[in-house]
Design a protein around this ligand. Structure first.
Ligand SMILES: Cc1ncc(COP(=O)(O)O)c(C=O)c1O
Length: 392
């Protein structure tokens, strides 16, 4: 019989979601907006320590709103981390603006402050500074926010912190996602907590978030009839989904603990193999370890990242390559890119060598040991074959 499939990061319900959904049904609040939405926004704002939060239909919608609020328009430039999911940059295109991609650095795998500095110098020379910088916190690890903030402040350019993957993580003791002018979180089904689909825009600028609410609800003017002076979006979260989010938020800290434990177990079992390295955690930060991610040095380990992925798939285990950098994506062909290193780029190195291992907070220890066993078997098998060739 085929073994059960192990997923990369499946939803993990707490059991309390149902209570909030039932309340919504009982009170007939099954429309977009409602008491769960209001409460979920307050609870998230309180959890991450910002003045206000706006619940929306996705993390992508939250980025789009942030760009609209910063008045990013046709012809504007927006700097963006290259090593990320395409959703970080797509809203730049929705606005008719132009992305410029910034490489990763080795300590966090996130935006390189030195490449960012170079991009700013180049932009200054060209007389076209960016309207915004989108900084991504990859796989739950915060970027070097202090350095990045200092550069952006020098040029007076606001930051949108894409913390889609890093809810529950901290940087210098402060919640990830709260360092920019705007922060965004995603509650997509694979994230550390989910609403099945949804997102949150956070900021200390309450006036801007009032405008975000207006834009996210079709930009309806305060008139006694339907009047619109500006183009809006249908981006608000439903009261049912916000109920799921409330039940999930209650156990977020436990989910962070569980994912960090999973990371530690992988580390304990696999880090002694020469050629396997784990995604680092920057000093004074705590990653939520949304996904345990490793790099594989084929020369040292004898097998490639691609071979590990194929082997896991054969065993019905879902693992993934690290994001393909956006500057390599066909849709962004020809877009400007600033590298952290002279030859090639660090994000390309991570793409070539990196894999994400199953990391769901509901991953049973027995299943994790199956993933680990599969990787160990592959390494040992390869070593034995090499020994035979060597002896003969
Ligand atoms: C880094 C990053 N940014 C943005 C998003 C977009 O979030 P959503 O899927 O909720 O639109 C995601 C995840 O899906 C993501 O991983």
């Amino acid at each position: 019989m085929k073994t059960n499939r192990i997923f990369l990061s499946p939803p993990h319900l707490s059991g309390n979601e149902k209570k909030y959904i039932d309340e919504a049904f009982e009170t007939n609040w099954v429309a977009p907006l409602g008491p769960n939405v209001d409460a979920f926004e307050k609870e998230i704002a309180e959890y991450v320590g910002v003045n206000e939060a706006v619940a929306v239909s996705s993390g992508t919608a939250a980025i789009h709103l942030a760009l609209s609020l910063l008045n990013v328009q046709k012809g504007d430039i927006v700097f963006c981390s290259t090593l990320t999911f395409v959703a970080s940059a797509n809203p730049i295109i929705y606005q008719g603006a132009q992305p410029v991609f910034i490489d990763s650095e080795p300590d966090t795998w996130n935006m390189s402050p030195s490449a960012l500095e170079q991009a700013f110098r180049d932009a200054l020379n060209e007389g076209r500074l960016p309207k915004a910088v989108i900084v991504v916190n990859l796989y739950g690890q915060s970027a070097k926010m202090e350095e990045i903030l200092s550069i952006c402040n020098e040029y007076h350019v606001p930051i949108i912190e894409d913390a889609a993957e890093s809810l529950g993580a901290t940087y210098h003791g402060k919640a990830s996602g709260t360092f920019g002018k705007f922060g965004i979180y995603s509650f997509n089904g694979n994230k550390i907590i989910t609403t099945s689909g949804g997102g949150m825009l956070v900021s200390n600028d309450t006036a801007a978030l009032k405008k975000a609410r207006f834009l996210a609800a079709q930009a309806r003017d305060p008139a006694p009839y339907y009047q619109h002076s500006q183009v809006g979006y249908n981006y608000r979260m439903s009261n049912i989904l916000a109920g799921v989010g409330r039940g999930q938020l209650e156990i977020l800290d436990e989910r962070v603990k569980a994912r960090r434990l999973i990371f530690e177990r992988y580390c304990k079992e696999l880090s002694h193999f020469p050629g396997i390295s784990f995604m680092p955690e920057l000093e004074s930060t705590q990653s939520n370890r949304w996904l345990t991610t490793i790099t594989i040095n084929e020369k040292e380990l004898g097998i490639s990242a691609g071979e590990v992925l194929c082997c896991l798939e054969r065993e019905n285990i879902e693992a993934r390559p690290v994001w393909k950098p956006l500057h390599l994506q066909p849709i962004f062909k020809g877009v400007k890119f600033f590298s952290h290193i002279n030859n090639g780029s660090y994000s390309e190195y991570l793409f070539e060598k990196g894999i994400c291992l199953p990391s769901g907070s509901n991953l049973h220890e027995r299943d994790q040991l199956r993933v680990i066993g599969c990787i160990k078997d592959l390494i040992n098998q390869n070593k034995n074959e090499r020994d035979i060739i060597h002896i003969s």
